[in-house]
Design a protein around this ligand. Structure first.
Ligand SMILES: Nc1ncnc2c1ncn2[C@@H]1O[C@H](COP(=O)(O)OP(=O)(O)OP(=O)(O)O)[C@@H](O)[C@H]1O
Ligand SMILES: [Mg+2]
Length: 254
């Protein structure tokens, strides 16, 4: 299964992606997590300590060659993982998209194309999950970075600007032809919040693929520099993300 997690800035993409990756790995899946944010921080939610993060490799920009069909990897994905991935807790393998080191160095198209080609090459085996955490812009959709994902989870908070951003991203993902495009409601406080999301989803013919409650656990985890799953694995928010992982992370093309 290949999943992309999208949504407005700060909606909770990384918190949900990182937690799902760990939970799926604990459930016996081989998980390849890709940090496709040019401001990467998925490692922290995966539980990789900050001091290891700064020394982590990123994907170089010469890994793909253009072909008549699009692009292909110059090396096998296994070779790429051997050179550039970091293995975190529960065995999640993490690849990090290159991010700008200097100002005024130009666009990131080649980086997005590299990630897109890696997702295409990722295994579709029954026990394999490839999970892409995206940045808060439609760039990964307009550049087709998420083209080879089966499913896009669009994380929304229960207020209009977040919902509308999620809707626009969902339309672009449908345009790319992704098999499943659903909203995930995050930071839900009560029935009124949930009602705001369900009403919006119904009005726009979008499926609500899961709901995660607001929980100070996520902020506590960040302050402590650890994964939320390592602080309170039995929190309702962790159970809610696990339900989403089991529903969307293990379904689809085998
Ligand atoms: N369910 C939740 N309850 C409370 N806080 C949350 C929840 N989900 C995420 N957060 C907090 O919201 C903030 C943004 O979360 P996160 O970094 O996961 O969002 P993002 O969408 O990946 O952001 P960005 O667009 O910057 O990549 C963080 O401080 C995180 O701890
Ligand atoms: Mg993020």
């Amino acid at each position: 299964m290949k999943l992309a997690i999208a949504g407005k800035g700060g909606s909770g993409k990384t918190s949900i992606s990182g937690t799902m990756a760990r939970q799926l790995a604990r459930g016996g899946y081989r998980v390849l997590a890709i940090d496709g944010d040019s401001n990467p921080n998925l490692a922290l939610t995966l539980g990789i300590p900050a001091d290891r993060m700064s020394a982590m490799p990123t994907l170089p920009d010469d890994l793909i060659r253009r072909t008549a069909q699009g692009a292909e990897l110059r090396q096998s994905l296994e070779e790429i993982k051997a050179s550039y991935s970091v293995t975190g807790p529960d065995g999640v393998e993490l690849l990090v998209m290159a991010h700008p080191q200097h100002a005024n160095t130009g666009c990131l198209c080649q980086m997005h194309a590299t990630v897109r080609t890696i997702i295409d090459a990722a295994s579709t085996g029954e026990k394999d999950v490839c999970l892409l955490d995206t940045e808060a812009s439609p760039e990964h959709l307009t550049r087709g970075t998420a083209l080879y994902a089966d499913t896009m989870l669009t994380v929304v908070e229960p207020y209009f600007k977040s919902l509308e951003t999620g809707r626009r991203m969902a339309v672009l993902a449908q345009d790319l032809g992704l098999e499943n495009v659903v909203l995930v409601a995050n930071k839900i406080r009560d029935e009124r919040d949930l009602d705001a999301v369900t009403t919006f989803a119904d009005r726009h013919g979008l499926e609500l693929g899961g709901t995660v409650p607001l929980d100070p656990l996520f902020v506590e985890a960040e302050r402590a520099g650890v994964a939320p799953l390592d602080i309170r694995p039995d929190a309702p928010a962790m159970a809610a993300i696990s339900d989403i992982a089991n529903k969307w992370g293990v379904r689809g093309r085998a």
